[in-house]
Design a binder for this molecule. Structure first.
Ligand code: SF4
Length: 369
């Protein structure tokens, strides 16, 4: 585990004191010392985003946990529900959308997970038996970066083991899986890794686990009876050498997972930057850390900048020409036109082939709470 991502200061909500004590004890046993601990009150000093990544707020989530993913305007949505176990990430990817999205720099983390498990259990009990929920915990944080210390996923995974008709997706750029392996097997729990050619990880994904560590963790998770998926996202390719690096990386992936006898969902998306994110990136990073930002990109229907249509299509075609079974490629946050260009069909027409679209009908009528 990477001790560099541990906090320098922890603010504790008195209502979560018991959970906070267990989190602090695990930190102390990892690194032999405690961070500074303060009682949470309204007067938090101003800190930069980088300082905020080493300041945790251990508190309680109020209100409902399960929300429908809002998707992205004019882009194809995969129907999905979000469980927000916290906000903010200890990793520091230069392209991270959270930089332009969250309104405070510290990492807010919720300890009342038993109420989350209870809400999910009730939701599942009240759902029609034709419905399957696909629920992910990695929307506003990395699911597993801090989980060895927070212990937020164990109770959720135990619930999903008893509810095999619903799926839990755990999204991460870490390799922190050891503490969860003994909960397997559970084929409805999917560990989902964001991956990239190793050089891209080194350049743009500060403090994250290396690609080798992630892929080794994925193998271990598979060996313990869970499912895995990969997100090749964001694809950042500026030069011929980087394109060749992408091909070699996928060839290596093919080799590492060739013996897996189940489908591995494999989504692809190219880099996308909103105007507010761009402004934050220019403030936070030296130009060599965000060289791709100065590449040619065009505004798209959702207001974000992406590579142009034909350049994106060419990148996806390169991946498709290289990736082999057991990977099942899809696109992430792309237009119907791009789906048709790359796959010759809209995703709904491909549904029978795709794990994510082929579970029982996902409840799309549940409104955001
Ligand atoms: S791991 Fe994900 S959430 Fe964390 S900084 Fe990177 S992109 Fe953002």
């Amino acid at each position: 585990m990477n001790p560099n991502i541990l906090p320098h200061v922890v603010y504790v909500d008195p209502g979560q004191r018991e959970w906070a004590d267990s989190v602090l004890a695990r930190i102390e046993s990892s690194v032999g010392q405690l961070p500074e601990v303060k009682v949470l009150d309204d007067a938090l000093p101003t800190v930069s985003m980088s300082e905020g990544k080493r300041a945790w707020i251990l508190t309680e989530k109020k209100g409902h946990w399960i929300k429908k993913c809002p998707g992205t305007t004019n882009f194809v949505c995969c129907t999905y529900f979000i469980l927000n176990l916290g906000e903010g990430c200890a990793f520091d990817c230069s392209y991270c959308y959270l930089q332009g999205y969250l309104n405070q720099p510290r990492i807010k983390l919720y300890g009342n997970i038993s109420s989350c498990v209870q809400e999910l259990d009730e939701t599942f009990s009240n759902a029609s038996d034709k419905l399957a929920y696909r629920v992910g915990t990695g929307e506003y944080m990395d699911s597993l970066a801090l989980d060895p210390w927070l212990d937020q996923h164990r109770g959720l995974m135990s619930l999903f083991k008893q509810r095999p008709e619903h799926a839990l997706e755990i999204k991460t750029k870490s390799h922190h899986v050891d503490h969860l392996l003994n909960l397997g097997p559970a084929s409805n729990i999917i560990f989902s890794w964001s991956i990239a050619p190793p050089r891209q990880q080194q350049k743009y994904e500060k403090d994250t686990s290396t690609i080798e560590e992630r892929l080794t963790a994925a193998r271990r998770v598979l060996d313990h009876g869970f499912r895995v998926s990969f997100n090749l996202d964001p694809i950042i390719v500026d030069t011929e050498a980087e394109l060749e690096g992408l091909r070699s990386f996928i060839t290596e992936l093919n080799r590492m997972f060739a013996d897996v006898d189940q489908e591995i969902p494999f989504s692809m998306g190219t880099v996308r930057i909103s105007q507010s994110l761009k402004d934050t990136m220019l403030d936070r990073w030296a130009s060599e850390d965000i060289a791709y930002l100065f590449d040619e990109m065009m505004p798209q229907a959702d207001g974000k900048m992406r590579y142009g249509f034909s350049r994106r299509a060419k990148l996806y075609a390169t991946v498709l020409a290289t990736v082999q079974k057991p990977f099942q490629p899809t696109l992430c946050m792309e237009s119907k036109a791009m789906w048709e260009k790359v796959f010759g069909a809209h995703p709904k027409q491909l549904s029978a082939q795709n794990f994510f679209f082929s579970m029982k009908k996902t409840e799309s009528s549940l409104s955001s709470k």
